[in-house]
Write a protein that binds this ligand. Structure first.
Ligand code: MRU
Length: 370
């Protein structure tokens, strides 16, 4: 890994960014065979990109939140497995063993976001298909698959953004939680894709961004992204949301997701469930934007979604400042589950469904036999 406070050199790619954005979470530089990632822990005060050459460095980057957001970690893992293919020159058998080992380690880095497991499984299927190719061809094919995952994610974000934007009322103040923007995806964003598309349609909207304690993705990332695009945004502490609902200021909610169960239950950043309860109480639509890679049809309900537990320090400190005295315990589930009955609508690239009215993700599958 290499990195410096001067982002300009590390961020410069030998080709146009697949994210189509002036900043990006993750890209691959084919000229140097390096993965390039923005260190999201340093935003908004520093813009620092790192370059990675080994799959195990990608594991650390995912676990330590250099890259975060469900689709973005899936894309990073896919590029990590492409890197592995460039370094593993052995025969088909040894290549598949190496790919399997790296896949298991990557998979364990963050358990809730199913996009990670989805991308690794897709790369695993491709690895089995190309294992007998010559090493260079095999690696190029693995890279092409990772790039396809990346490109498809950007297209998915644009499609769900256009769909969701139709539901955003003119003049609405939109509440969002965590960061589901370009930084959390291949580019453009899921929830922020809806907001970006509504803004691009000329709707007069403004955004309240929950700060999203403890990791502050809303304050540090969502507000930064929207401000860059000139979309009016104000940050509130998570505890203020109820107040603004009560005053009738919030007309629409949209969030991303890390896993959507077959029954329409939605896992997302801790605090999302509270937003959904408030929205329901105040009669405000609570919507979710997510690519199909977030849907886990093998997971019957939210009860079966694994909830990542992160370190005490993320709660006990804000930056370098200790806010909980040493020796006192802290809890830190990183995600919560919003039950389907509170979710007004889910937007995906395949279309939308309405969990609160009994809609399920499987409603969007093509009819059997076609
Ligand atoms: O812990 P994080 O920052 O990876 O959590 C991210 C979220 O919860 C996002 O809201 C979710 O991944 C949707 S991103 C398109």
């Amino acid at each position: 890994m290499s990195g410096s406070a001067d982002s300009s050199d590390s961020a410069r790619l030998s080709r146009a960014a697949l994210s189509h954005a002036k900043y990006f979470a993750v890209e691959f530089d084919p000229a140097t065979l390096e993965i390039v990632m923005l260190d999201q822990r340093k935003l908004p005060t520093q813009i620092v990109y790192y370059r990675y050459r080994k799959p195990d460095e990608v594991v650390v980057a995912i676990r330590d939140m250099v890259v975060r957001g469900a689709p973005a970690i899936g894309i990073a893992a896919a590029y990590g497995l492409a890197l592995l293919a460039f370094s593993e020159r052995g025969d088909a058998k040894s290549y598949l063993v190496s790919n399997g080992v790296a896949s298991r380690i990557l998979n364990a880095a963050r358990p809730t976001a199913v996009n990670l497991a989805w991308a690794i499984a897709r790369m695993g299927r491709r690895a089995a298909e190309v294992a007998h190719d010559a090493p260079e061809l095999r690696a190029q094919r693995m890279l092409a698959e990772a790039e396809a995952i990346h490109r498809e994610d950007v297209l998915a974000c644009k499609a769900m953004g256009a769909l969701g934007a139709e539901r955003v009322p003119e003049g609405a103040t939109i509440l969002t939680h965590c960061n589901a923007g370009a930084l959390a995806t291949g580019g453009y964003g899921t929830a922020l894709g809806v907001i970006r598309a509504a803004h691009a349609q000329g709707k007069n909207i403004r955004v309240l961004a929950d700060e999203t304690r403890p990791y502050l993705q809303g304050a540090r990332l969502t507000a930064w992204e929207l401000h860059q695009d000139g979309i009016p945004v104000e940050v509130i502490t998570d505890s203020m949301a109820a107040h603004f609902f009560q005053r009738g200021e919030i007309g629409f909610c949209v969030v991303g997701s890390d896993r959507i169960a077959a029954n329409g239950d939605v896992a997302n950043k801790i605090g999302t469930y509270g937003v959904a309860v408030l929205a329901s109480f105040h009669g405000v639509p609570f919507t979710v934007a997510a690519p199909w890679s977030t849907v886990d049809l093998a997971c019957p309900s939210g009860l079966e979604i694994p909830i990542e537990q992160r370190s005490r320090d993320e709660v006990a400190r804000i930056g370098d400042q200790i806010v909980v005295a040493d020796g006192i315990g802290c809890r830190h589930p990183a995600f919560d589950v919003t039950p389907a009955r509170l979710v007004t609508e889910v937007f995906t690239e395949r279309g939308a469904f309405k969990p609160a009215q009994g809609g399920k993700p499987a409603d969007l599958l093509p009819p059997v036999g076609r």
